[in-house]
Every structure is written in structure tokens, then in C-alpha cells.
Ligand binder design. Structure first.
Ligand code: BGC
Length: 789
């Protein structure tokens, strides 16, 4: 009998079931009698939020997962994981809810930014590195969302129909890789797959994951995904989260008593929970093996950002800082960068370095004027800046000072207040306008509001119709705007009162927005164009907004919101040295790409955004990223756009042909191919030698500075196969650094899976393969034939 079985024997059925049922939003109960402490879980992929989501308890915010994958660097992914393992320890978290390895089936997927790639191999390798890093700290991971949560529309109920081959070769592959790498947890998805909701999907959770792959960790439900007591229990789920609307607890105890669920089944789940508890050091006698405190958040966030930026086009970078007089910085996102995507992947960063601040800091002595140009944000930015007195928020009887007119608290509230009992919020501040004229004020959030400016009541009412659901309150907030004429220099008190039902959205979320008097939209663009025309260089930051890329909904268009395209074209026409920085977590259309001197894709770059950007622009660092996903020229060219279930189902009829597999099949040419990305030096590929187990590539840095190359190995074969294969597929990759003139040799393992197809089981396809060593999918450098096996 194992040690865990000894503990198991001591537990009553109620206690066993309590270890499978969330006790609140984020944790399982302690059972001191057996030396077990409470297991705490937290999101997520870019930072560790902890059980609260408040400015008082900030988190390191790494770049988005798309950015991590764009580094193509498994060692760096492991380092990012180690940092989050360390952050988890700091915040008392034992199980991190990530990484997300759903695939970039279509760029319209709302959580695309939170997933790694359109390629299962790249996704699996980056995820395995990340998981290894987190778990080195004795912190568990949950690779998510098993499986088919590659879009958001109707995600709670949709049945995703995935042909078996696509399931095995594409969608399950990253999960399988993480299990092989020793991952301790899996989160099952909201959706169903092939007729059975995932949290009760015995075929996937039990047969394939646990029995076929030998997974010995826990399967936790996505939050409120478990709905049926017995079906979830027999379908392979181990932990149902959170406490709210949980179908287990007393109902599962009763199901055991009535014989509907065998007690052995419960024991098997509890054994898994206890094994996890031992692994994460919350069981007496099993302290965590490694609590190294070795990574600095700023350093890791900066390194990942720099190495993830994809230089897509270039005739001007790096800039020679000593030769610059004036650099125009343009765009709303240059001062308010989107550093992370929306939904459960959000954290409150320690700080955010904006592109403008980063550039100004790096270019001391250079004139760096700023113009908004075009503002894509549908809501006014929070009130902030020298015109505003400090913002004092009062929550019940507790007062909090914050720097801008916005708060967003989820989970534990500051001052130890219980979110379920808080019913009101008050904001007091004062506006002393530098400019007289029409000021626009805005409120957004949920509940009933009363806004008073200079003693005059501007608004009293509710922004949401009665009956708006919880998720909608958070994901689709509304805004109400008011224009007030104010003279310059005269202070006016501003008071915002908000009341809401207790626990209405398990959060507090309020923004007081402000726009001072200024030019209209045409005037703003004209101002930016004029500024660019009299500058040496123009740097424009364009991108998406919270209303475009988020959990909870899919995108309806790949176009940049607002008038940003027009802004870029007009600025590029005014200044031939225009550098466009794209701040989006997933592909957007860049109709002006050929007009810009440089296009730098920076994803959601995390808290060090501006510092990383300045380093790359000035050549202190080389942009190291390569595209983990294809960027289209036109939306209609994308191989998959369908995110709309019909009659409750959505069929993956394209089978394995997503991403570049689909692009290669249709023959359409994208704007930037999978694997594309330029550096500040050039490499010449000298030799390629292959065996069935590895490719050995020799290459030389032919440029003038030290640089990094991502060497990509693709396979192709026209020999007969039991199932149609893509015309090329990624089989391996590595990164390498070389000094000018240096020749380096890299060895890249070729997994046997790369030579297999799923056809009634895994089948190795013998024949002659063409092995290509490439800079990118569309930039092959060397090829050689390989007889396999
Ligand atoms: C998301 C998960 C997340 C969970 C807890 C869900 O809405 O789909 O990815 O881990 O919430 O926040």
C-alpha cells in the first residue's frame, strides 16, 4: 500500500468528495487531520494573478503567449515558466491555470493571443518548456483547454466535431507533448467534442489522456464547466471548480451512497489530488523540493518581449540614435499600450512602460514629440494626468488612493473586504483644466451610477438593462459620455457614486473617463501628419483594443479598429522613414505594409513593452521573433474563418489543414508566412546532413553584428500515404547565436511523429522525404533527400 493509500483510508466519503470540489473560487479545502493544506489555484498564462486581482497585489506581466511562441525558444519558455513558478510561490499559489495550447485554427478566435501557434509541434514544444519551468518550483500547471476550445462563440455549449485524424495529429498533439514532459494537470474545456461535453468526456479524459498516455495528474474542469454529477464523475474529471454552481459536493456524496458512482472511482480521483498535493508540497512530509528565487520579473519580461518582436519588413532599423534630432511618436497605443489580452489571462502589472516612455528614456537629448493621430479605443481612457487631483475610491468604509480614474478588482478585495457583501463605491477627485472648453467625461462599469461635476448632477441611472448576465457585465461593459464646458484654471470637484447588488459580478469595476478639449478626428490625423513631416523618423503604434481581442467572444474582423489604417498611410506618405509598430496579440490586416519603411510586430508585449521596443528600435537588442502563425494579406484568404456554430455544433471540416497547412493547400499567398522574421544580421546556410533521427545544419553569420537565427526544419514527401499530408510540415527547430563571420553547427532532433499519420492508429509512412532547412516556411535554404526509415 502506498503512502497516499494510507491517507486515503483515513478519509470519510464526505472528506474525499470535498477534495474534488472547489470550496470557493480558487481553492480546495484543507484536511489538517491528514496533514493536508488547502490547494490554491490561479490564472494564468502571462502572470500569476493570485486569489485577488487588485492593484495592491500586482503581478509580473509577461508578453502574451503568441509572443512567447514567436521566440521559438524552448529554453526561454522554460525561463518564463520558472519566473511564473516563482511568482506562484510568492503568492501562495500551488496550481497555475495554464498554459493554453488550443490552436490558432483561425485568426478570428477570441483567445488566439492566449494560445501559442497554428502548428502543433511548435505549440507543444513551447508549452513543454513552460510547464517544465513552472514545475521546477514545485508548482503545478494545468495545460488547457482539453480540447477544441479554439474559438469562443457558444463556448459553453457548442459541440465541436473534430475528425479523429485532426484530433490526434493536430489538436491533441500539444496536450500529449505536455503529458510526456511530465505536466501535473489538465483543464478540460467548456465545449463538447464529438457528442460529449468535455468535462464528462470519458473517451478523451479517461481513455486517451489517462489510460493511453499514462497521465497521472489531475483533470480540473474549466470554471463552471462541470454540470452533471454522475456523468462528470464517470467521465474522467477529478476536480470540479469553482464552488459556485458545483454539481459535486453533497450531490456526489449522495451518488456514491446510492451506488450511482463507485467509491473506487472517487478513491482514484482523490489519489490524484493527494499526489498533486505531495508534488506541490502541501502535504506534511512532502515539502517542495525547489523554491529557488532566481529570476527577476523585469528581466524575463524584457527578454521575452525583445526576442518575440517580429521584424516583418525593414529598410531603416536599427536607428542610429546619435544621428537623430526629432522622432515623432504617434498613436493612442503609444501611451496606452495593450500589454495583455482580455479575460482570465489578465493580471494587474507591477508597472507598464509605454512605448512613448521607453523611447523618450532611450533617446535622451533627442526631441520626441507625441501625437495621438487616431484613437481606436471605443471607450475614453481613464482620467489621469496633471489636470487631475488624486483619485480617492471609498469601498464601504475603506479608502484607497489610485493614480488614474479606474479600478478593477476581482476576487479578494483590498482591506480584506468580501466581494459578496460590497454594495457601493464612491470616487472623489478634482479637475483643474489646463485648457478651457468642452471636456468629455465618461462612466463605465455596472450597477447604478450618480455623477456630479462641480456640484451639478450629470447622470443618475443604470448602464445595463436589468437581467444582464454576469459574464456580460465583465466582458461587455457599457459607457455613457457627458460634455461639460469648463473654464481653464478653475478647480471643479468630481464625485462618482456607484451601487450594485452584492456579489453581482464577483468583482468591482468602474472607470471615469476623460477627454480634454482638442481637435476632432480629422484634426488629430492632420496634427500627426504634420508632426511626422518635420521629424527624422516617425514611429506609429497601432493595434487592437480590449473590445477586439478577449476571452468570451470571437473577432468579427481582422481589420485594425478606427482610422488607424488611414493614419499610417498618411504618415508614411509624409515621412519615408516611418516605422509601424503593431501592438496586437494576433494577426491584423496591414493594407499599408508596403508603404512603411519598417513593420515591427510586437504582440501584447507585457509590462516592459516600451523598454523592449526602444532597445529594438535603437539596435541595443535584435528583434528575435519569427511568426508562430501566418499573417494574411486579405481576410478571405485565411483557410479557416468559421467560428459560428450552427444548431449547436461546429465541424472542423478542414481536418488537419489549418494554418500554413491550409495556406499551402489553397495556394493563396499570405502577407507574411509562418516562420517569417528578419534580424539585424544575415545568415548563410552551408550544409545540411540528415538521419531519420536528426538534422545537422551548419550556418555562418555573414553580417556585421552578432545575431540570432531560428533554424527551421520542414519535411515533405510525395510518396503514397494512407492519408493526405500537407505539402510541407514543421519537424524541428532550434535557435542559435553567432558572432560576425562565425560558423556554427546545430543538431535538431526529428521526432518519429513527424513521419507518421493517424490512420486507424499511428502509422509510420516509409518513403523518400525531402528535408528542408529554412529561415521561414517561404524561405528554404538547403534541401536534402532522406530515405525513411
Ligand atoms: C477560463 C479559464 C480560466 C478560468 C478561471 C475560465 O473562464 O476559460 O481559462 O482558467 O476561467 O479563471
Amino acid at each position: 500500500m502506498t503512502d497516499l493509500d494510507h491517507l486515503l483510508q483515513k478519509l470519510t466519503v464526505e472528506e474525499k468528495v470535498s477534495l474534488l470540489t472547489g470550496q470557493d473560487f480558487w481553492s480546495l479545502p484543507a484536511i489538517p487531520r491528514i496533514g493536508l493544506r488547502s490547494l490554491v489555484m490561479s490564472d494564468g498564462p502571462v502572470g500569476v494573478r493570485g486569489t485577488g486581482y487588485t492593484p495592491e497585489d500586482p503581478s509580473v506581466a509577461l508578453p502574451s503567449p503568441t509572443a512567447l511562441a514567436a521566440t521559438w525558444d524552448t529554453a526561454l519558455a522554460e525561463r518564463a515558466g520558472r519566473l511564473l513558478g516563482q511568482e506562484s510561490r510568492r503568492k501562495g499559489v500551488h496550481l497555475l491555470l495554464g498554459p493554453t495550447v488550443n490552436l490558432h485554427r483561425t485568426p478570428l478566435g477570441g483567445r488566439h493571443f492566449e494560445c501559442y501557434s497554428e502548428d502543433p509541434l511548435l505549440t507543444g514544444e513551447i508549452a513543454a518548456g513552460f510547464v517544465t519551468g513552472v514545475q521546477a518550483h514545485g508548482v503545478g500547471t494545468t495545460v488547457k483547454h482539453l480540447v477544441g476550445n479554439d474559438f469562443e462563440t457558444e463556448r459553453m455549449t457548442v459541440d465541436v466535431q473534430i475528425p479523429e485524424r485532426a484530433l490526434r495529429e493536430v489538436y491533441l498533439a500539444p496536450f500529449e507533448r505536455v503529458v510526456a514532459a511530465g505536466g501535473w494537470g489538465v483543464m478540460s474545456a467548456y465545449n463538447g467534442v464529438n457528442g460529449e461535453t468535455m468535462s464528462a468526456n470519458g473517451r478523451l479524459q479517461d481513455e486517451i489522456l489517462k489510460r493511453e498516455w499514462g497521465f497521472d495528474g489531475i483533470v480540473v474542469s474549466d470554471w463552471r464547466a462541470a454540470r452533471d454529477t454522475v456523468a462528470a464523475a464517470v467521465g474522467g474529471l477529478d476536480i470540479a471548480m469553482p464552488a459556485m454552481d458545483n454539481p459535486w459536493g453533497p450531490k456526489l456524496v449522495e451518488a456514491v451512497r446510492s451506488g450511482a458512482v463507485a467509491e473506487e472511482l472517487i478513491d482514484e480521483k482523490v489519489r490524484r489530488v493527494l499526489r498533486l498535493a505531495a508534488r506541490v508540497g502541501i502535504l506534511d512530509g512532502a515539502e517542495p523540493t525547489n523554491t529557488l528565487n532566481d529570476e527577476k520579473g523585469e528581466d524575463v519580461a524584457h527578454e521575452v518581449a525583445v526576442r518575440s518582436f517580429v521584424l516583418a519588413r525593414n529598410s531603416v532599423l536599427p536607428l542610429d540614435a546619435g544621428a537623430l534630432t526629432r522622432v515623432a511618436v504617434i498613436g493612442a497605443l503609444a501611451t496606452d499600450a495593450r500589454v495583455l489580452g482580455g479575460g482570465s489571462a489578465q493580471v494587474t502589472p507591477q508597472h507598464v512602460i509605454s512605448p512613448l516612455d521607453g523611447i523618450r528614456h532611450a533617446l535622451l537629448g533627442v526631441d520626441v514629440p507625441y501625437a495621438v493621430g487616431a484613437d481606436p479605443r471605443p471607450f475614453l481612457p481613464p482620467a489621469q494626468g496633471p489636470d487631475w487631483a488624486p483619485f480617492t475610491f471609498t469601498l464601504e468604509s475603506h479608502e484607497f488612493g489610485v493614480e488614474t480614474g479606474t479600478v478593477r478588482w476581482i476576487g479578494d478585495l483590498p482591506g480584506g473586504l468580501d466581494v459578496a457583501h460590497v454594495t457601493s463605491l464612491e470616487l472623489h477627485t478634482e479637475l483643474t483644466p489646463a485648457t478651457g472648453g468642452d471636456h468629455v467625461l465618461a462612466i463605465s462599469g455596472f450597477g447604478a451610477f450618480e455623477l456630479t461635476v462641480g456640484g451639478e448632477k450629470l447622470y443618475q441611472g443604470s448602464l445595463h438593462p436589468p437581467g444582464t448576465g454576469r459574464a456580460d457585465l465583465l466582458l461587455h461593459p457599457r459607457e455613457q459620455r457627458f460634455t461639460v464646458a469648463l473654464p481653464a484654471g478653475v478647480p471643479v470637484p468630481v464625485v462618482l457614486r456607484q451601487t450594485f447588488d452584492p456579489g453581482m459580478a464577483h468583482s468591482v469595476s468602474t472607470t471615469l473617463g476623460h477627454r480634454p478639449p482638442g481637435p476632432d478626428e480629422d484634426g488629430l490625423i492632420a496634427e500627426a501628419v504634420e508632426l511626422a513631416a518635420r521629424s527624422d523618423v516617425a514611429v506609429i503604434v497601432v493595434g487592437t483594443t480590449e473590445q477586439v481581442e478577449s476571452e468570451g467572444f470571437d473577432r468579427s474582423s481582422l481589420a485594425l479598429p478606427g482610422r488607424q489604417d488611414e493614419l499610417v498611410s498618411r504618415v508614411a506618405a509624409a515621412n519615408p522613414r516611418t516605422i509601424v509598430v503593431v501592438n496586437a496579440g494576433s494577426p491584423v490586416l496591414l493594407p499599408w505594409a508596403e508603404e512603411a519603411a519598417a513593420v515591427l510586430l510586437t504582440w501584447f508585449p507585457g509590462q516592459e513593452a516600451g523598454r523592449a521596443l526602444a532597445d529594438v528600435l535603437t539596435g541595443v537588442a535584435e528583434p528575435g521573433g519569427r511568426l508562430p502563425t501566418t499573417w494574411p494579406r486579405r481576410e478571405e484568404d485565411c483557410p479557416v474563418l468559421d467560428v459560428h456554430p450552427s444548431g449547436g455544433t461546429l465541424a472542423y471540416d478542414e481536418e488537419i489543414f489549418i494554418g500554413y497547412r491550409g495556406w499551402l493547400r489553397s495556394g493563396a499567398s499570405p502577407l507574411f508566412a509562418f516562420g517569417h522574421g528578419l534580424g539585424y544580421t544575415t545568415f548563410s546556410y552551408g550544409e545540411l546532413a540528415v538521419t531519420p533521427a536528426e538534422a545537422v545544419v551548419t550556418l555562418t553569420n555573414t553580417g556585421e553584428r552578432t545575431g540570432r537565427e531560428v533554424v527551421q526544419i520542414y519535411l515533405s514527401s510525395t510518396d503514397p500515404s494512407p492519408a493526405e499530408r500537407p505539402s510541407r510540415w514543421l519537424a524541428g527547430f532550434t535557435t542559435v547565436t553567432a558572432a560576425p563571420g562565425e560558423t556554427v553547427t546545430v543538431r535538431i532532433p526529428l521526432p518519429e511523429r513527424s513521419f507518421q499519420v493517424w490512420h486507424d492508429g499511428w502509422q509510420t509512412v516509409p518513403g523518400t522525404y525531402t528535408v528542408t532547412a529554412a529561415h521561414a516556411l517561404d524561405d528554404p535554404r538547403l534541401t536534402t533527400p532522406l530515405a525513411f526509415p
